[in-house]
Design a protein around this ligand. Structure first.
Ligand code: AMP
Ligand code: TRP
Length: 326
């Protein structure tokens, strides 16, 4: 039997090259080897205020993005989180196993609550990692491909699963994170101290998956660089390191080939070649996006939810019975 992977992304904001290189790209390769579940986590989305109409549209758009990136609905299960009520139900049980201190240590809550302040943040934003744990544990997941920013949530998921297994008997598979060596941590083009992000106020920091060639070229041209002139993977020069990492991933070249390619060349030429490479890399995806119609999407996610539910409901009834629900 194939091992299982599970991953998800939120249907908010605009997906960017960091999402693609850190997560989506790996989802596509891993589906050959694993039985894959890819979820559109709309329950997570409402931990921050969302406009209902926009959220509904973005939820379907994200399914379109998964397909255009190459997730194959014949092999992998694509579904919408709220279509499978077991996610919310298992979350409750896991919240009763989680400790305040554990959730208080989550750095993503600290980051995301900073803007509006802790007092005004939703309790959902605070308990978000338990919902993520429920997503993963319902499917007896072996491997979870994510970017670096989700590592701490994965550790919590493992802790909750181990605790539940210890207290109530073997119930959950303990999942392993899959964080790619290269690409798990793409930085902002405007400030390498920050990750490339959907919520960055400075749009020039992110290359969005729906940016046209012109916008991509402009953003790369305006990307900040470090002092010095050499183009190499020097960790102490984070801007060039980040740009060169993007170049490496979109061209599929080795580190050495990348460095050799730009030996003796200046930033201007490097940025030109990088822009061309990114535009080419995204082209098939962008062409594909336009060709997927809403009816097909509705059919895929409906079928996906049925498959997902059949597995999720078995795990949930085991959990309920173990904790003493009739
Ligand atoms: P999100 O946009 O938060 O729903 O994230 C979807 C996936 O993209 C998660 O696996 C994240 O870890 C990953 N991701 C988000 N931002 C980046 C980034 N800047 N670099 C690499 N991976 C990222
Ligand atoms: N929290 C993840 C993010 O913001 C999204 C997510 C929700 C997820 N549930 C998941 C990722 C389960 C992997 C597995 O990126």
């Amino acid at each position: 039997m194939k091992k299982r992977i599970f991953s998800g992304a939120q249907p908010t904001g605009r997906l960017h090259l960091g999402n693609y290189l850190g997560a989506l790209r790996n989802w596509v390769t891993l589906q050959d080897e694993y039985e894959a579940f890819y979820c559109i986590v709309n329950l997570h989305a409402i931990t921050l205020p969302q406009d209902p109409k926009t959220l509904r549209q973005k939820t379907l758009d994200l399914a379109r993005i998964y397909l255009a990136a190459g997730v194959d609905p014949e092999r992998s299960t694509i579904f919408i989180q709220s279509d499978v009520p077991e996610h919310a139900e298992l979350t409750w049980v896991l919240l009763c196993a989680a400790r305040m201190g554990e959730l208080e240590r989550m750095t993503q809550f600290k980051d995301k609550s900073q803007k509006g302040g802790r007092e005004r943040s939703s309790v959902g934003l605070f308990t978000y990692p338990a919902l993520m744990a429920a997503d993963i544990l319902l499917y007896q997941t072996d491997l979870v491909p994510v970017g670096q920013d989700q590592k701490q949530h994965l550790e919590l998921t493992r802790d909750l699963a181990e605790r539940f297994n210890r207290d109530f008997g073997e119930t959950f598979v303990i999942p392993e994170p899959y964080i790619p060596k290269t690409g798990a941590n793409i930085r902002s083009l405007q400030d390498p101290a920050k990750k490339m992000s959907k919520s960055d106020e400075n749009e020039a920091g992110a290359i969005f998956l729906d940016d046209d060639a012109d916008a991509i070229a402009k953003k790369i041209k305006r990307a900040v660089t470090d002092s010095g002139t050499e183009i190499n993977f020097d960790e102490t020069r984070p801007s060039i390191h980040n740009l060169l990492t993007i170049y490496q991933l979109v061209t599929g070249k080795s580190e050495q080939e990348c460095v050799e390619n730009f030996a003796g060349k200046g930033y201007g030429q490097f940025k030109g070649e990088l822009a061309d490479a990114v535009i080419e890399y995204l082209r098939p995806f962008q062409e594909q996006i336009a060709s997927i119609d809403d009816d097909a999407l509705h059919a895929f996610v409906k079928r996906g939810a049925e498959k997902a539910r059949s597995i999720a409901s078995a795990t949930l009834s085991d959990v309920f019975s173990k904790v003493g629900m009739s």
